[in-house]
Design a protein around this ligand. Structure first.
Ligand SMILES: Nc1nc2c(ncn2[C@@H]2O[C@H](COP(=O)(O)OP(=O)(O)OP(=O)(O)O)[C@@H](O)[C@H]2O)c(=O)[nH]1
Ligand SMILES: [Mg+2]
Ligand SMILES: [Zn+2]
Length: 288
């Protein structure tokens, strides 16, 4: 349910709760299935649906395990970095997770416009909800995304309201939520540990500490286009070169779509930036 340095909070098969001690640096993640005897951890079982990201130092960070769905949370304030949604969608597709985009703080100015923009841009790839943790509006959409017992995780930059949304979905929950810094307009990193919660109507949702760096891990530069939102149709037409990277190759269908205005220059630019980033990682000396 959560990993606190030297201990993990667990839910037993019979629904009971407990704590199990783990040696420092044990790689156990929220969502993992573990086998324990008394307070001793014996084994961490192999996980599926693991969400990982690369931080700004190039280090791989695991977020959560045994996931079915990835919820990308945004708000009109604080604004998320450019490309955060694209990176989230690439990560979801690469890990086989069902994506959902959640525009929170529907009660604030600019939320309706943000929802419209995101829907225009990414509505073809993932459902886009407009919700408010404050008023509770739109939360039914989040519940139905987790129906049939699915397990989802919320990711987003600090302050967009991930913990607030969990609190609104689970009346008994009292996760700490934090104010936004007036000067910087950024969140204050209130949540420090990812925690898993069961919803009354079925399904589970994991709250995570906010992060901005969302470098893809499960994707190579060559695979990127196949996961990138908005390229589906052009790729279906088939570029001249099979190993086309859609950068400047002749006979490229993606570039033709950019020319024709079917893919925005901005979207293509986002792809090129991510492509260079992945090439940089691949050419860098291996690091753990
Ligand atoms: N107006 C408004 N404010 C909200 C809403 N949801 C959250 N907030 C506020 O946004 C601030 C940040 O909320 P948190 O839930 O702590 O954000 P978080 O995404 O969990 O942040 P980290 O834990 O730091 O990653 C708090 O002051 C909340 O009260 C909403 O729907 N409307
Ligand atoms: Mg939080
Ligand atoms: Zn191409």
């Amino acid at each position: 349910m959560a990993h606190y340095g030297v201990a993990v909070a667990v839910r037993f098969a019979d629904g009971g709760r407990g704590r199990v001690r783990v040696p420092r640096k044990t790689s156990v993640l929220v969502g993992d299935r573990v086998v324990a005897e008394g307070e001793t951890l014996l084994r961490v079982e192999t996980a599926r649906g693991v969400l990982r990201r690369r931080d700004s130092h190039g280090r791989v960070r695991s977020v959560a395990a045994n996931l079915d769905a990835l919820g990308i949370v945004l708000a009109p304030r604080p604004e998320s970095p450019l490309g955060f949604v694209e990176r989230g969608l690439v990560a979801a597709r690469a890990s086989g997770l069902e994506p959902l985009i959640v525009v929170n703080k529907a009660d604030l100015d600019g939320a309706v416009e943000l929802h419209e923009t995101v829907k225009q841009g990414y509505g073809g790839t993932a459902p886009v909800l407009l919700v408010s943790a404050s008023s509770g509006s739109g939360l039914a959409g989040v519940r139905s995304w987790l129906e049939a017992g699915r397990r989802g995780v919320f990711v987003g930059t600090s302050g967009v309201g991930k913990s607030s949304l969990l609190n609104a979905l689970l009346p008994d929950l009292e996760l700490a939520v934090g104010a936004i810094n007036d000067a910087s307009g950024l969140g204050r990193h209130i949540t420090s540990t990812a925690t898993l919660h069961a919803l009354a109507g079925g399904g589970e949702l994991i709250d995570t500490p906010g992060f901005r760096d969302f470098g893809p891990v499960e994707v190579t530069a060559r695979e990127l286009a196949a996961f990138f939102p908005g390229f589906e149709e052009s790729l279906g037409r088939g570029c001249h070169f099979r190993d086309c990277l859609h950068r400047q190759e002749p006979g490229c269908r993606v570039l033709a779509a950019v020319e024709a205005g079917e893919i925005s220059v901005h979207r293509h630019g986002g792809y090129l930036a991510l492509l260079s980033e992945l090439e940089g990682v691949e050419s860098a000396p291996r690091r753990k």
